[in-house]
Design a protein around this ligand. Sequence first.
Ligand code: SF4
Length: 71
Amino acid sequence: MSLRAEIAADLCAGTSNCVEELPEVFEIGPDGLARVKIKNPTDVDLRRGAEVCPVQAISLIDISTGARIYP
Ligand code: SF4
């Protein structure tokens, strides 16, 4: 299953957990909030990055169906 990550800017608290877990995918922008660097990374378990977010600001979307599978 190919996934992409989306970050809800209105939920992100800027804790950097996702960046520490998956720095190849997430980064902190100039606004102090997380953003996605690579939309469709391969060989990366996006769920690892999503699950460390304390406010569940990171959603995982199944690219083929458009369905949200996390949270
Ligand atoms: S872990 Fe969640 S709250 Fe923290 S920077 Fe990433 S998206 Fe924002």
